[in-house]
Every structure is written in structure tokens, then in C-alpha cells.
Ligand binder design. Structure first.
Ligand SMILES: Nc1ncnc2c1ncn2[C@@H]1O[C@H](COP(=O)(O)OP(=O)(O)OP(=O)(O)O)[C@@H](O)[C@H]1O
Ligand SMILES: N[C@@H](Cc1ccc(O)cc1)C(=O)O
Length: 375
């Protein structure tokens, strides 16, 4: 496949940012063996943001001929007090519910789960020279910057934390170098770790990213953060600036279950959640239902998305691009309830193989239900 096509696949929706596209092109041109990774803490249920956005991009990367890897961040989850901070429970969930759930998510988004490598963080952290990389990185980053970076753990800047949480950002950067990652992938909320990774690239003494004598910078690929279903904390949102400030509170998050649809939700749960969703008429900008339509349904365009309506409300209507859908919605030609119902129907169908899987293999989900989910 030529480089243009590969660039297009890697850069298309849900990719929101590539740091940088020029560096990616360079790496593809010089022919470095490309290795992707995305890391996850192991905690609650997998929601559409995690499962489908990451799954879609993994599928694209595979099509672009890139080796994909999911990093099960068990130690990081322990540090961040997930699942009661019990490493054994975390590992059990990582290798059962989480691994299987992610495999199913990748499959429904068109990827090949058998080609994704799953690596448990403890497999590499237990090697002595991993810590050499952590120190090497830490020597090149100020304490103030590490303190600002704790947002990558879902923590607020200035929040009282134990000391282990300050080691976490350096570990996340070390994970990239230690695994020889050329494409570090995550949602937009992880960019602080990746910017550090890019900045230290030329300074590392151990496990730098090297190819034919050249020290390379990894590429950071950030996917769009799907909005949560809840009403924003401030409404109306007056500007893009204000939206940026509110974004982390507006994203779908597993610690706010009412904000999320989970990959194993029943059809009735999906319908109910969407019925309650925030979806103001004619509002096309900060509208989670349209956001989902854009990033899940219209990820590839043109596509056919039909909204079924009784004849008295205009009858069935089919859209092929998100722009057409948004235009009708903005003009009041499409009612929020009709949109919600159609998006719910689409998701019910899309997620059917995931539900079927967990019906045939209920143990991983049962294990999750038994565990008291913390954070
Ligand atoms: N709403 C979302 N849309 C797309 N990607 C997301 C979303 N939320 C999290 N991610 C991505 O999924 C990965 C795992 O994130 P994480 O485990 O922190 O999820 P979370 O739901 O935000 O959890 P928590 O509520 O505990 O903070 C990260 O790469 C993150 O950027
Ligand atoms: N910080 C990431 C998890 C993560 C941990 C280690 C990594 O190397 C990568 C990702 C999150 O909260 O979602």
C-alpha cells in the first residue's frame, strides 16, 4: 500500500490529532518497523468511547499494515487505586473481561482481534532495565511538569495524591520507549504524556527509539473523545474556549455510568439511555447524540443511515453524510426523538455480536459484576 493511503487511514476519523503527521510520514518513508500501542487502566466496564473509538483506530492501523498492541496497565491501575488497588484482581480482570471485551469491540469496528497483541504491564515492569528507562525519562522532566501531568490518570491538578502517583507519568512515557513504540495512541486526554515522550526523544540514554543510527521521535495519535450522554455542567456553552474547559467533564466516562453506553448493554438499556440523553433540538455543536452519529455511524462516508418515522412526521429519511444530517437537525427538520431512536437502533445492531459473545461466555462479565468497582 502506498504511503498516501496509509497516511489517510491513520489520520481519518476518529483521529483528532497526529503529533506530527510529518514525523509519521518520515517514519513510513524510512521504513522503520512500525509498532503501535494503546494502554488502558483496568477498572470498570468498557464503554463506547474506549471500545469503539480505540477499536476503530486499531482497525485502521491494521489496514495500514501496522502492528497493533493493547497494553494492559495493571501496575498503573494499582497505583491509581482502581479495583480496590488489588493487583491480583486487576490482573484477573485484565486477562478475562477486559481482553475479551476489547477483542469484541475491535471486531465490530472491522479489525482483526487475533492480530492484536495483548501485553500485561507487569510482564515488562518486572525487568530491571525498565526502571532504568523510567529514571532516564525522569531526569529530563521537571517535578512541576510531572505534577501537571497527573490529569492522564483522571486526577485533577493540585489534588492531594500519594507519591506513587507522581511516578506514573514517567512510567507511561517509559512504556512507549521500552516497547519500541513508534505510534503511541490514546484519547485526547492522554496528550500530556505523549508530548513529554516526544520532547525527551533525543535526550534518552537508554532505550531511545533508534533506526540506522538515527534517534527517532515517536508519533502520538489521539482519537476523539466521545461525549457523554449527560447535560453539560454549564448550558448553553458560549464559545469553543469554554467547551475546551468543560470537555473532560463532558466526555463519556466509566466513572459516570449514566454518561455511558457499555458494550454489553441490553437493547432496552441502550434505548432507555438514549431516550434520556441530552439532545437539544437544532443544537448541532455540543450534542452527544450527533457526536456519536458522526464518529460511529458516519466514520466512513458515504454511508446509508435511515431514520424511520411515521408518515405524519415526514416518513423515512436516509442520510449519506453527517453534514446532511446536521443540516436537517439544525433546521428543525429532524426531531431529537427520531434521531435518538435511530441511533439506538444502530447501536443495538452494531453491538449484537458483543452481547452474543458475553451470553455464550458469561464468566468475565459475572466476574466484573461481583467486583466492587472503585473509581
Ligand atoms: N469518552 C471517550 N471517548 C474516546 N476515548 C476515551 C473516552 N474516555 C476514555 N477514552 C480513552 O480510553 C483510554 C482509557 O481511558 P480511561 O480508562 O481513563 O477511561 P475513562 O472512562 O475516562 O475512565 P475514568 O472514568 O475511570 O477516568 C484512554 O486512551 C482514553 O483516552
Ligand atoms: N493513563 C492511561 C492508561 C495508560 C497507562 C500506561 C500506559 O503506558 C498507557 C496508558 C489512562 O488512564 O487511560
Amino acid at each position: 500500500m502506498d504511503i498516501e493511503k496509509r497516511m489517510e487511514l491513520i489520520g481519518r476519523k476518529p483521529t483528532e490529532e497526529l503529533l506530527t503527521a510529518e514525523n509519521l510520514r518520515h517514519l513510513l518513508e524510512v521504513g522503520v518497523p512500525m509498532q503501535h500501542y494503546i494502554g488502558f487502566e483496568i477498572s470498570g466496564y468498557i464503554h463506547l468511547g474506549t471500545g469503539l473509538m480505540a477499536g476503530a483506530k486499531i482497525a485502521d492501523l491494521q489496514k495500514a499494515g501496522i502492528k497493533t498492541r493493547i497494553f494492559l496497565a495493571d501496575w498503573h491501575s494499582w497505583i491509581n487505586d482502581k479495583l480496590g488497588g488489588d493487583l491480583e484482581v486487576i490482573q484477573k480482570v485484565a486477562l478475562s473481561y477486559f481482553k475479551e471485551g476489547m477483542k469484541q469491540s475491535i471486531k465490530v469496528m472491522g479489525g482483526d482481534p487475533d492480530k492484536v497483541e495483548f501485553v500485561l504491564a507487569s510482564e515488562i515492569l518486572e525487568k530491571g532495565d525498565y526502571w532504568q528507562t523510567v529514571i532516564d525519562i525522569s531526569k529530563n522532566v521537571t517535578l512541576a511538569r510531572m505534577m501537571r501531568s497527573i490529569t492522564i490518570m483522571g486526577r485533577q491538578m493540585g489534588e492531594a495524591i500519594d507519591f506513587a502517583k507522581l511516578i506514573y507519568p514517567a512510567m507511561q512515557v517509559a512504556d512507549i520507549y521500552y516497547q519500541g513504540v513508534t505510534i503511541a495512541h490514546a484519547g485526547m486526554d492522554q496528550r500530556k504524556a505523549h508530548v513529554i515522550a516526544i520532547e525527551v526523544a533525543q535526550k534518552l540514554k537508554y532505550h531511545a527509539l533508534e533506526w540506522k543510527g538515527e534517534k527517532l521521535k515517536p508519533v502520538a495519535l489521539h482519537h476523539h473523545l466521545l461525549l457523554g450522554l449527560q447535560e453539560p455542567p454549564v448550558w448553553p456553552i458560549e464559545s469553543e474556549e469554554q467547551f475546551k474547559e468543560l470537555k473532560t467533564q463532558m466526555k463519556m466516562s466509566k466513572s459516570k455510568p449514566y454518561s455511558a453506553v457499555f458494550i454489553h448493554d441490553t437493547p432496552e438499556e441502550i434505548k432507555q439511555k438514549l431516550r434520556k440523553a441530552f439532545c437539544p433540538a437544532r443544537e448541532v455543536r455540543y450534542n452527544p447524540v450527533l457526536d456519536w452519529a458522526e464518529y460511529i455511524i458516519f466514520r466512513e462516508e458515504p454511508t446509508e443511515f435511515t431514520i424511520h418515522r411515521p408518515a405524519k412526521f415526514g416518513g423515512d429519511v436516509t442520510y449519506t453524510t453527517i453534514e446532511e444530517l446536521k443540516r436537517d437537525f439544525a433546521e428543525g427538520k429532524l426531531h431529537p426523538l427520531d434521531l435518538k431512536n435511530a441511533v439506538a437502533e444502530y447501536l443495538i445492531e452494531l453491538l449484537k455480536p458483543v452481547r452474543d459473545y458475553f451470553e455464550r461466555n458469561p464468566e468475565p462479565l459475572e466476574l466484573m459484576r461481583e467486583i466492587k468497582i472503585t473509581r
